[in-house]
Design a protein around this ligand. Structure first.
Ligand code: ZN
Length: 337
């Protein structure tokens, strides 16, 4: 858990990073010959898989957005904030999505290289202004994106534009032109969230993004537990823990950084309004999943001490809440605190 991977950092911000990886990983292997019926079934199953991917992405973004909005004041102190429209947009083509492309286009009702709203935060700026999931984006404040070359990180570009003022979207909704102006964007911590396909129980941060696998999301079906995991990864990003060495490789984490990220991450979860009463038990379930980590290693503290330490942080937070004191993690996030 919590290891950034170099090759992923090149794919920053790509919501469909997992889809791409899955497609790339499969490419070199010879595939069995399928009957015509099975080939049709492949398309059906890819559609199921795509829908499942977006359900998971919605959940990740919903929990993540609560964390990055509620903790913006703390992130601000570290200079790690940005604007967000609360909208995720993407487009699909064979170059990037391989044989997923027909299923993705069918699911969203679009042609290749058509920008579509694939995610919307409930109550976020875009949703409040009237943007709907599935809207086709034709122009953003008069700009039309050229999608023929290198992948355009549409969501990020729109958020950057929103930092300069209101954003007007020229949309197509069920074929009809609609214009929506989003007056202001929300201030958030500078992190985005991405889903990794696969059962392995894994979450990590790369400085700008937080990645969570199907495996870890399945292990923690309650949002309050997922928030503990995501809070930890967000803390790595905000505390500046993710660093590259001279060769561009990620510098390994340390037990100290992990302990710091656990503490700050729990404050993040509590400040976002998640119930942290059972938060330390996340480490008991991680231990059951990963017995090798119970006693710890060079990089990661033992899951036993992580439980004990988190229990102490939890009690500190509950005491502060009971006393009406602000939830500010003591030494680390706010300079000089
Ligand atoms: Zn970590």
């Amino acid at each position: 858990m919590m290891r950034a991977r170099d090759f992923l950092s090149r794919l920053l911000g790509l919501v469909l990073v997992a889809l791409l990886l899955a497609a790339c990983a499969q490419a070199p292997k010879p595939r069995p010959v399928l009957s015509p019926e099975a080939k049709k079934e492949v398309q059906v199953q890819l559609e199921f898989a795509a829908e499942s991917f977006y359900e998971r992405l919605d959940r990740l973004n919903a929990v993540g957005y609560r964390l990055i909005t509620a903790n913006e004041p703390l992130c601000h102190q570290r200079g790690r904030v940005r604007k967000s429209l609360g909208l995720t947009a993407d487009y699909f083509n064979k170059r990037d999505h391989k044989d997923w492309t027909p299923s993705l286009c069918k699911m969203w009702g679009v042609d290749e290289n058509t920008i579509v709203v694939i995610g919307l935060i409930e109550g976020g700026p875009a949703a409040k202004a009237g943007v709907q999931r599935g809207d086709v984006i034709q122009a953003v404040s008069g700009r039309v994106y050229d999608l023929s070359g290198k992948r355009v990180l549409v969501t990020r570009q729109m958020d950057e534009l929103a930092a300069k003022g209101p954003v007007t979207l020229k949309l197509l909704r069920a074929g009809n032109p609609v214009s929506v102006t989003i007056p202001t964007a929300t201030d958030v911590c500078d992190s985005s969230f991405a889903v990794l396909m696969g059962d392995s129980v894994n979450a990590f941060a790369d400085g700008k993004n937080v990645f969570a696998s199907y495996g870890i999301m399945n292990l923690f079906p309650k949002d309050e537990d997922l928030a503990v995991v995501l809070g930890h990864e967000l803390a790595h990003n905000i505390l500046g823990h993710v660093r590259k060495d001279g060769n561009g490789k990620n510098v390994p984490s340390t037990p100290e950084k992990e302990t710091d990220a656990d503490a700050v991450g729990l404050y993040f979860a509590a400040r976002a309004g998640f119930d942290i009463t059972n938060a330390p038990s996340v480490w008991r379930r991680m231990a059951a999943q990963n017995p090798a980590h119970i006693r710890g290693g060079a990089v990661h503290p033992s899951s036993a001490s992580r439980f004990v330490d988190l229990e102490a942080v939890k009690n500190e937070i509950l005491q502060r809440q009971a006393a009406g004191l602000p939830l500010i993690p003591r030494p680390r996030v706010v300079p000089g605190e």
